[in-house]
Design a protein around this ligand. Structure first.
Ligand SMILES: [Zn+2]
Length: 325
């Protein structure tokens, strides 16, 4: 068993918009199902400020009502529901320095980061969470219970990391994962299988249809008139070989729900402003999707292409202008 200092520094939220730096917070003892994390580094998150402002009315600060035996809950020293002062900080990298004899998934020496939302521990409106209703990592030593960080189905919320990356780099994993979880689309980065594809203008789409087969492919000239003739139809994919803003804008009007549009400019530039509407929530995803499509087209055509992908959500009223000058 390691020797610990008698007490430690900790930041504690003690009320709404009220926090203290406690220089004598006791170090909790490690029970049979628990382990001690020595914190290497911990990020501060905008979510921490929400907890600071809302404190006991935050949905993750209320009592855990299901997902763990209530006797077990009572054994966890860092459980801080309701108005109890709590240590925030859910973006740590830490070293396990002590484990209780009943701990099975982790051992002394493991380097870990925390998935803060312990989803199986239900509160009235949300779930239990590290740095909310359980003490987090803005303290030097924090006790975590294995029944909190391993769900009954075996999902682990303490994630092993190697010794290679710096503490700062590991500390960024949780926030970046959150960003990716919110904005990255795991959906489609290729032509819709069995979908309707519209090709506007002269260009090859072989690289796009090699692995994925649309149900129909329609070819039209890159002109406003040709596109107007299609009014009323929608397409799952539109590839536009054109640098004429009016043509691109007209083509965009034919996008169906969750459709993707690729604009292939060749070596040309758009001469002026080109505006079309897209779903607000899809802005970020379209960039990564565009890059993947761009890579494939580039390889195939052998010259510089510029590609923009636009996904339409079903919420057509939430309009955002994509401006490209
Ligand atoms: Zn965060």
């Amino acid at each position: 068993m390691p020797t610990y200092p008698e007490s430690q520094y900790a930041i504690q939220i003690v009320g709404k918009d009220e926090f203290i730096v406690n220089d004598h917070k006791p170090i909790d003892p490690v029970g049979p199902y628990q382990m001690m994390l020595e914190v290497e580094a911990c990020g501060i998150c905008f979510s921490d400020t929400k907890l600071l402002h809302q404190f006991d009315s935050h949905p993750r600060k209320s009592e855990v009502i299901a997902g763990i035996d209530l006797d077990a809950l009572a054994e966890i020293p860092g459980y801080r529901p309701g108005t109890q002062p709590t240590t925030p900080g859910h973006e740590p990298v830490a070293r396990i320095v002590e484990v209780g004899e009943k701990v099975t998934h982790f051992k002394v020496g493991d380097r870990v980061l925390v998935q803060a939302d312990w989803k199986h521990l239900r509160t009235a409106k949300s779930n239990g969470a590290f740095g909310y209703n359980f003490d987090g990592a803005l303290e030097e030593f924090v006790v975590v219970d294995e029944r909190c960080v391993v769900s009954p189905e075996g999902e682990e919320f303490l994630i092993h990391v190697s010794d290679g990356p710096s503490a700062a780099a590991v500390g960024l994993i949780e926030p970046w994962a959150t960003v990716e979880g919110s904005y990255a689309w795991a959906e489609r980065n290729h032509i819709a299988e069995g979908g309707a594809l519209l090709v506007v203008g002269e260009g090859s789409i072989d690289s796009l249809t090699g692995d994925h087969t649309p149900a129909s492919v329609e070819y039209v000239a890159a002109s406003v008139e040709a596109l107007e003739a299609l009014e009323g139809q929608t397409f799952d994919d539109i590839v536009v070989f054109s640098a004429v803003p009016e043509v691109i804008e007209k083509a965009a009007l034919l996008l169906g729900t969750r459709a993707v549009m690729c604009v292939v400019l060749g070596k040309r530039r758009l001469p002026g402003r080109c505006l079309w509407t897209l779903g607000v929530s899809t802005m970020t995803s379209s960039v990564s999707a565009a890059q993947r499509v761009l890579t494939r087209l580039r390889v195939m055509r052998g010259f510089l292409l510029t590609v923009i992908c636009v996904r339409m959500t079903s919420v057509r009223s939430s309009v955002l202008r994509a401006r490209w000058v």
